[in-house]
Design a protein around this ligand. Structure first.
Ligand code: NAP
Length: 677
């Protein structure tokens, strides 16, 4: 039988003992043995900090993002190997798709988001500078730098690939090495994927290590530069959260635990509406995908009391169409739980729930469904319960049956629906199925504070909806209270979790040189050559031109109005303009000012500047009257070379002033500029 290896330091090692036998969820066959006995955990952490961290921090955000994309392509090429082994976890092809390709998709998403939203440098600038002094010689700026430790990722058994990749992607982008510890039960699939990742040679040495088996004494070596993320049961999470070393060193700890997620049917969603069907389909899908072993699955279906009977009947009908069995058979729509131990646990939880709820559907008594349920495997038919008095019974809001199990709960009105959803004591996700936006609004205000994500489903978005149960790389995953209080992914937010925020204070010139972004008040570099004549590599941050002046006449304002069609009264009607609290008479169009400013700072001949691709942060500050003059200070603010293109982005700080030196408009001009050929 295969012995799983850990990847420690830069080599594959087996545990010093035989360890534990892992069984196939489909037929109970032994699949592998797992043990991490004898691993030098302290050495693993030290290796990550000494080798992985510096190698990663030497790369820019964009360079790391490109490696992540290459890795995603590599894993996609080898995906069939993962699908083949994934079957042993009880997963159908569709379940495995979520785990395998969903995980690889997270790498792609993080790669492209990082290249769009992070600079091609080593430091993340958070927000705008804070002005701390009257004359502007002392300013503040928040920046993020990567932690100089290691991230330990402890995962649950249900997503052996996605669980690792959704944590690895933001950690890697941040520039922090990872040690991954998958749940033992399905670690053989994680191990196979890590073998491919290491074999690809794409990641810098030391950026990823793997522990197959327990984490030993690793937590004892954690420092304030490390991060621990945990996905799993609330009981284990609580134990880890209280670890004395984590407490003593204030080690970052993120927890994604279980959650009694609710889906709520709106009072408008009668049985003949699309929303009713969407709700029933979603509840049935969430019960059966991954055999209900999803932290985001719908455990509580909260429905208007008047519709409860119809909902139960429709769900019964849907669930009776499920085909349980070996996922290799094409007609099978639901596989097995991850292990027989899991199945036994879920059965116990169903018994607990049944103390205050009635079982209204049990697939096990359906001979058609029973047929696919090999007793040697970990099969369990779907079970639907109904809780008549959910306000007085606690179990339905507290007991998580981590399998194909859900409970229908009736509500009287919106206030009661809110109270019931929040009885979950904090959830990862909730969904509402309604076309009544006023109801949706009331619910969101009532349950928002208790939920990490809320999906509002109806006929308008159903065709493209990603569904109740799918965490997405661009949106946060995590919820308050019982859900663990953690937060993962959410685009750049997820990356920042592995970085330290520091408030820098100093002169604008010094902070410009540190952050590579020009700050107002910093020194400007006068250039004898117009900056539009310079290739990307020749440009310097702070390089600036002060243009000549242009007088704006009433005729030009009227010409612009005719030409553009914008005849807003403030430009055309003296009396009406005077009556306006902001103007003393007719004023120039803001867009005319922006256009005329371009006429002053643009150097027109063909050259390295390839295109203007937008403006940001545009503000009009002082109205411009006929006869006033404008002049532009145009300063190179930020340079972001693209790794894979022969051009990069340049951001220009643009300040339009009048003849009295007052600011008329400020904005950032965004251009694409060629690298030197
Ligand atoms: P678990 O028993 O708590 O195990 C989770 C992880 O913790 C496993 O890797 C496990 O390793 C490890 N672990 C257990 N004891 C540990 C200890 N003393 N020190 C360090 N690590 C330890 O949970 P599970 O049964 O695998 O997962 C099921 C639960 O996870 C469900 O309740 C589900 O709701 C939740 N879940 C939540 C999310 C989410 O994103 N919020 C996602 C998936 C699952 P071993 O396997 O080697 O014991």
């Amino acid at each position: 039988m295969r012995q799983l290896h850990s990847f420690a330091g830069n080599r594959w090692v087996t545990g010093a003992s035989d360890g534990v036998v892992l069984h196939s969820a489909i037929d109970g066959r032994p699949v592998a043995r797992i043990s991490s006995a004898g691993l030098d955990f302290a050495a693993m952490a030290e290796y990550a900090r000494r080798v992985g961290g510096p190698a990663l921090r030497a790369l820019t955000f964009h360079q790391r993002a490109i490696l992540l994309k290459q890795l995603a392509h590599y894993l996609l090429q080898h995906k069939e190997a993962f699908y083949q082994l994934s079957r042993e976890t009880g997963a159908t092809r569709n379940d495995s798709w979520i785990d395998i390709e969903g995980g690889i998709g997270t790498l792609f998403a993080y790669s492209s988001k990082s290249r769009r939203e992070l600079p091609n440098g080593h430091l993340y600038i958070d927000g705008e500078p804070e002005m701390l002094s009257r004359r502007g010689s002392f300013v503040g700026q928040h920046v993020y730098t990567p932690l100089q430790g290691v991230a330990l990722h402890i995962n649950a058994f249900n997503f052996p690939c996605w669980g690792m990749l959704e944590k690895l992607a933001p950690t890697f982008i941040a520039g922090v090495p990872s040690i991954v510890k998958p749940a033992s039960q399905t670690a053989y699939l994680t191990e196979l994927m890590v073998r491919h990742i290491i074999a690809s040679g794409i990641l810098p040495e030391g950026s990823l290590q793997l522990i197959c088996g327990g984490v030993g004494d690793l937590l004892d070596y954690m420092t304030c530069q490390d991060a621990v993320t945990f996905t799993g049961s609330a009981a284990t999470g609580l134990k880890l959260r209280q670890h004395p070393v984590l407490l003593r060193h204030a080690v970052r700890f993120t927890m994604e635990a279980d959650s009694l997620n609710a889906s709520i049917l709106g009072p408008d969603a009668l049985p003949d509406t699309p929303e009713f069907d969407l709700f029933v389909t979603e509840v049935a899908r969430e019960m059966t995908v991954k055999c209900g072993q999803k932290c985001t699955a719908i455990r509580r279906a909260i429905v208007p009391r008047t519709l409860a009977e119809e909902v139960v009947a429709a769900l019964r009908q849907r669930l009776s169409q499920v085909v349980i069995g070996d996922p290799d058979r094409e007609e099978v729509t639901m596989g097995a739980l991850a292990s027989r131990d899991q199945r036994d646990e879920v059965r116990q939880r169903i018994a607990q729930l049944a103390r205050s709820s009635e079982i209204v559907y049990d697939g096990a008594v359906d001979p058609d469904l029973r047929r696919g349920m090999n007793e040697a495997g970990a099969f369990l038919a779907p079970v639907l319960l109904y809780c008549e008095r959910p306000l007085t019974h606690a179990e339905v809001h507290e007991v998580e049956a981590f399998g194909p199990v859900s409970t229908v709960i009736p509500y009287q009105d919106a206030t009661e629906a809110i109270a019931l959803a929040n009885r979950g004591q904090g959830s990862l996700v909730s969904s509402l199925f309604t076309c009544d936006d006023a109801f949706a609004r009331e619910l969101v205000y009532g349950i928002g504070a208790w939920h990490g994500r809320i999906l509002i489903g109806n006929r308008d978005c159903a065709a493209e909806s990603t569904g109740h149960g799918s965490p997405l790389p661009g949106l946060i995953h995590g919820g308050p209270g019982r859900a663990g209080g953690g937060q993962e992914m959410g685009g750049v937010r997820g990356v920042l979790h592995y970085m330290q925020c520091t408030a820098l204070q100093g002169s604008p010139t010094t902070l410009t040189r540190i952050t590579d972004r020009w700050l107002p008040g910093a020194a400007r570099l006068e250039s004898p050559v117009h900056p539009f004549r310079k290739h990307l590599g020749q440009l310097r941050i702070g390089e600036s031109i002060l243009t000549g002046r242009r007088r704006v006449s009433l005729e030009e304002i009227e010409h612009f109005a005719e030409f553009s069609g914008d005849k807003f009264y403030a430009h055309m009607d003296e009396a009406a303009a005077r009556a306006n609290p902001f103007f003393e008479g007719r004023v120039a169009h803001g867009y005319f000012i922006v256009s005329a400013a371009a006429g002053l700072f643009v150097d027109p001949a063909p050259g390295p500047v390839l295109a203007n691709y937008g403006l940001e942060n545009l503000r009009f500050l002082t109205p411009l009257s006929p006869g006033d003059e404008i002049q532009v200070q145009f300063t190179c603010k930020q340079i972001i070379p693209r790794e894979t293109e022969d051009y990069g982005e340049v951001r220009w700080d643009t300040r339009v002033m009048n003849q009295r030196g007052e600011l008329v408009a400020t904005y950032d001009v965004l251009t694409l500029v060629a690298k030197q050929r």
